[in-house]
Design a binder for this molecule. Structure first.
Ligand code: SF4
Length: 308
């Protein structure tokens, strides 16, 4: 009997003791075969706690690097290792070292959307869901460098009142979401609440009823009694929301604005990667050791905040 792609994946997963982690921006087909869906923080935490020998990471390169750095004894596979992140590529370790040289006393915080090499230069890492907690954990009066996302950085400044030195990076898909598009959607759906990601521009964030990372968007839409939501983030998120919160309507703010890198993975590539045990993601040991410190500090700060 011929097995479907999904059945072949399930069989290989059992044979290899593998787990499939997928980001909320993955396609519907990939979300449907994942064992666990989440935002960057949830996936990092899941990677930390898994008993699987093999992690198949459906996301972009910095996420798979993070998963491996948290689990160097495990095999981390990326079905398409060419899936990079346009935002992460806007800064390099060399450029960051130059900025640090101008501000030798600054605490350096990076968004998790950065390469292992950049993380190795930083004191602390954060995700969009942990950003406020992480920055608030830094003692008042300390100079802070925040890289690479200037929109997330400005949102943190607005929420915490902390002034930071921001890198001039941005997420290309989120920056293509314009205030005009949100206005149009609001006219079409006057009762809908607007929920956007902090990677959106200030103009878009100011129109929102709620600004949150993808995990926070899910919680807000689940808990809020409203029936319609305009979702200002990558449209893959709307699929997860529809599946997990039946009876409510989720309208992508700009359906055509997708993250092409997030859409490079598909079920066939997941299957091939499990068949051939490719493409293995690792990080050079010294970089991994230093980058791991800044990821661990984020996990410590967020774990402490969650128990308080
Ligand atoms: Fe990077 Fe933006 Fe794509 Fe996220 S949506 S992976 S930040 S380019």
């Amino acid at each position: 009997m011929r097995l479907s792609v999904t059945e072949k994946i399930q069989k290989l997963k059992r044979e290899r003791n593998a787990v499939i982690l997928a980001h909320n921006y993955q396609s519907a087909q990939v979300q449907d075969i994942a064992d666990f869906l989440g935002d960057s923080l949830e996936l990092a935490q899941k990677a930390c706690g898994t008993h699987a020998d093999v992690i198949v990471f459906c996301g972009v390169l910095f996420m798979a690097e993070t998963a491996w750095m948290l689990n160097p004894q495990k095999t981390v596979l990326m079905p398409d290792s060419e899936a990079g992140c346009g935002l992460a590529e806007m800064i390099s370790a060399v450029k960051l070292r130059k900025l640090k040289a101008d501000h030798p006393d600054a605490v350096v915080v990076c968004y998790i959307n950065s390469s292992a090499g950049v993380k190795a230069e930083c004191d602390l890492c954060c995700t969009s869901s942990s950003a406020l907690t992480v920055v608030e954990s830094i003692e008042n009066g300390r100079e802070i460098i925040f890289v690479p996302d200037k929109s997330l950085g400005r949102w943190i400044e607005e929420k915490t009142g902390r002034k930071m030195i921001l890198w001039d990076g941005y997420c290309p898909p989120h920056h293509r979401m314009l205030a005009e598009s949100i206005e149009r959607r609001k006219k079409e759906h006057p009762g809908a609440l607007v929920v956007v990601h902090p990677e959106c521009t200030g103009d878009v964030r100011r129109m929102a009823d709620r600004v949150a990372g993808t995990g926070g968007i899910l919680r807000f839409c689940r808990e809020n009694p409203a029936k319609e939501f305009i979702i200002g983030t990558e449209p893959g998120m709307a699929y997860r929301l529809e599946k997990e919160i039946p009876g409510k309507k989720f309208i992508p703010a700009v359906p055509g604005v997708i993250c092409r890198n997030m859409k490079k993975t598909n079920p066939e590539k997941v299957l091939w990667s499990l068949e051939d045990m490719k493409q293995k993601i690792t990080v050079e040991p010294d970089i991994a050791r230093r980058a791991r410190k800044c990821i661990d500090r984020m996990l410590d700060v967020t774990a402490k905040a969650q128990t308080e």
